[in-house]
Write a protein that binds this ligand. Structure first.
Ligand SMILES: [Zn+2]
Length: 119
């Protein structure tokens, strides 16, 4: 049995047990995935807000830049199995009748009214 204390940032301290190396890796990966993005990737702001929204019964997990002049967002997708989240690094858009993945330069995005997309 492992007893793990992990401090991904000054504000966050996580403690968990793992019974084997696979469980340790899975739990660390799940924590690191959401604990990263501690600084806004657009403006460099250091205050990041954790936001969980429910729209039409679906939950959206996001981190928002607290800078009111910026308000960039990192969105997380939920894995169908388990309870882990992953960073959304692209959006799917329709182009010429096909679904195309548009990769973000950074997971931090803002909605662009002109293109109608997150960039
Ligand atoms: Zn920002």
């Amino acid at each position: 049995m492992y007893k793990v204390t992990f401090q991904p940032s000054a504000a966050i301290k996580v403690e968990f047990d793992a019974s084997n190396p696979k469980e340790y890796m899975e739990k660390m990966q799940a924590i690191e995935e959401v604990a990263q993005h501690t600084t806004c990737g657009k403006c460099g702001g250091k205050q990041v807000l954790h936001v969980v929204r429910t729209v039409n019964g679906n939950k959206f997990y996001e981190k928002h830049c607290a800078n009111s002049q910026c308000r960039a967002v990192v969105s997380f997708g939920a894995n169908k199995e388990g309870k882990t989240l992953f960073t959304k690094r692209f959006e799917e858009v329709e182009e010429d009748g096909e679904t195309v993945r548009k990769w973000f330069k950074t997971p931090w995005t803002k909605y662009n009214k002109e293109t109608g997309r997150r960039e």
